[in-house]
Design a protein around this ligand. Sequence first.
Ligand code: GLY
Length: 308
Amino acid sequence: MIIVHGGAGDWTEEKLEIAKEHLIKSVEIGLEILNKYDDAISACEEVIKVLEDAPVFNAGTGSVLNIFGEVEMDASIMRGDNLKAGAVAGIRNIKNPISLARKIMEETDHVFIISEGAEKLAKTFNFENYDPITEESREKYKELKEEIGKFDRFKKLSEFMQKYPQYFIGTVGAVVVNSKGIIVSGSSTGGIILKLKGRVGDTPLIGAGIYANEYCGASATGIGEGIIRTNLSAFVCNLAKFGISVQNAVKSAIDYLTKKVELPAGIIALDRNGNIGFYHNTKHMPVAYYENGKIHYALKFQDIKASS
Ligand code: GLY
């Protein structure tokens, strides 16, 4: 089983069409790996690589830029059977941060490596130097940088997001379970446009952006500050551990976040039996998943309810 998302937010129709194509392609690639090797870690990594390589998403190539017009990418991966995890933050010069997160999980004694250290490690692991900044991300940065003068950057993020919701599309993520019930969660992002240099969101924080245990895996999207404060992914997985269905767990977690921190967010989850859950408080959260022998696509949680 696989579920992927392309980021909670207010998407334009045109971008959604492109996102749909990549999300479905990513699930196809993940399924191929699961069918051939039953390898949930590789499936999760490859699914996220497809999304990092598609500039329509805010991750890898096409990541949004910080206040100085620089890219700083975050990513993480976690497996639920042994709770091993790897994460990277503030990396600027590789194509696929999710692959470095996997290397950190599998080849080092650590969980989380940041910025310069992560870049050095990437060199050690022979990652090619790569510039993920696109012309479009530079344009968006310029447009919005001019607007920000009208706002108090430090205190008015919510107001700013309400005025320009189309610029706040967050993060890609996936949860995969193989035939042995090993669950792997992953996520990758450029963060929030015009973020302060050095700001780290939820994506590389184990428990916030992603979590996986023997019962459930979850991967979050949205404004990281709200997801960190509610420890959203661990929240979902712990509810699942105590017998709550994943669909009820994701809904409870998002309802709680909405009530307590009033910021945009969404989350996908998958349990070891292949039951899926996803929920969001944003207009859209494009999601693709495999169920009953078919790949499905949904834009809003309501769509799946309507079709089931
Ligand atoms: N969810 C992505 C971020 O806030 O950085």
